[in-house]
Design a protein around this ligand. Sequence first.
Ligand code: TRP
Length: 349
Amino acid sequence: MKNIILTADRPTGQLHIGHYVGSLLNRLKMQNEGNYEKMYVMIADSQALTDNYGNVQKVRDNILEVALDYLAVGIDPSKVTIFIQSMVPELTEFMFYYMNLVTLSRLERNPTVKTEIAQKNFGESVPAGFLCYPISQAADITAFNANLIPVGDDQRPLVEQTREIVRSFNNLYGQTLVEPKEVLPDNEACLRLPGLDGKAKMSKSLGNCIFLADEPEVIKQKVMSMYTDPDHIKITDPGKIKGNAVFSYLDALCTDQHFEKYLPEYKNLQELKDHYTRGGLGDVKIKRFLNEILQEILAPIREKRKELAKDPKKIFNMLFAGSKEAREVAGENLTKLKQAMGIDYQNMQ
Ligand code: TRP
């Protein structure tokens, strides 16, 4: 079977370096390897509304921002269909039938949803739409028969929940849907990049991100303010690597070539870590090194993004064309779904 790849992001803000190492790099790799029949990247505006229903403008404005980030990092619309979720209304019909296959308690147990409910302080009043977004995500994936889902680690429980829905559907109505598999980064450090403040996750809502579009000065200032080891006060003090955000970023991003170029007195990251652990290596030095690496990675992305941002109309036309194409595919698969369920009445006469 040839692969069908699908992934998505909620348009609630610009994409950041956590998205880059956690998912965008894998998407680019897959796009360029070409081992697929179709590849889709969706801007999940409907899903974003499940917790931003009171702020539609934020979601609307960020559709363009996310699309610019995609194109700037190298997602190529001649290879990948990029589309807007709400422009494929068939997805909601998929979701409606899947809602019968999932219990409320299963939704409440979804670890990602659980964490988000706590973060968003919904308490007892979780909107049904929010609680059900994993079902909508199963619709996004299955409407295109996608089998490979390049996502960040936090999305694993959602793909798992999709597999359960697929199995329930196939058991009830016969083999119809494909079980998807998440594709996570090989590099452990890319799985969950901590925030600048050392908190578990880089996240727009926590305000601890480096955005792909950040200007050089902003990047530098953010890196210089990063959380390291609070007990590493004097340069001569031995320092800790574990929980030190600067080293987590270096683990995710740096190569031996970066050492050659910016810090030739060390051969590789292990040597740098050893020195830091022994004592005698200051935070400023490791931060400067990380800054050089980030500047190198982000400069071409930022420049391309600025160019692209000059013609938003062109971007939207690309998104509309992608959405039209996605709608056709989802429509065909919806017909198959209804056939399997025995509710395609007109064709049953
Ligand atoms: N939940 C994803 C996120 O928050 C977005 C998403 C929506 C998605 N539908 C999807 C991801 C389908 C993968 C596949 O980033």
